[in-house]
Design a protein. Structure first.
Length: 111
C-alpha cells in the first residue's frame, strides 16, 4: 500500500490530506483488490479488510450484496455475479446507474 500511495502522490499528484485530525495521509479512495490470495478492501486511512467471497462498495452496496447473496449458488462465474450486483443496485439505488463496464483480469501463476 505504501508504494501505491507514493505513486499516487508523486506520479499523479493526488493530494492525500483530507482532514488534519488523522495521523496518516489518506489515499482518498476505496479499493477492492482481488487476487489468488483473496479479496481485500483498502480504505482511505489505509485499513485493510479481507472478504470471504465477494463484496460491494458505494451507495448501492447493500442492494448489490443482497442480490449477490441470492445469486451466488447459481452464478456461473464471478463476472456474472458482479453483473447481478451492479444491475440490482442500479435498479434500486438512485445514485447507481447503468451502463456498467466490466473488465476481466487474467492473473498469471503465482511465483
Amino acid at each position: 500500500m505504501t508504494q501505491l500511495q507514493r505513486s499516487l502522490r508523486d506520479d499523479y499528484y493526488v493530494l492525500g490530506k483530507e482532514d488534519s485530525q488523522y495521523d496518516y495521509e489518506s489515499m482518498r479512495m476505496e479499493l477492492i483488490i482481488a487476487s489468488p490470495g483473496g479479496i481485500f478492501g483498502a480504505y482511505p486511512q489505509r485499513s485493510v479488510q479481507e472478504f470471504r467471497s465477494f463484496y460491494a462498495f458505494g451507495s448501492g452496496a447493500e442492494f448489490a450484496l443482497g442480490a449477490m447473496s441470492v445469486a451466488e449458488a447459481s452464478a456461473p462465474d464471478a463476472e456474472s455475479l458482479a453483473r447481478v450486483g451492479v444491475e440490482t443496485a442500479a435498479r434500486f439505488d438512485v445514485s447507481t446507474e447503468l451502463p456498467m463496464t466490466v473488465q476481466r483480469v487474467h492473473l498469471g501463476a503465482a511465483h
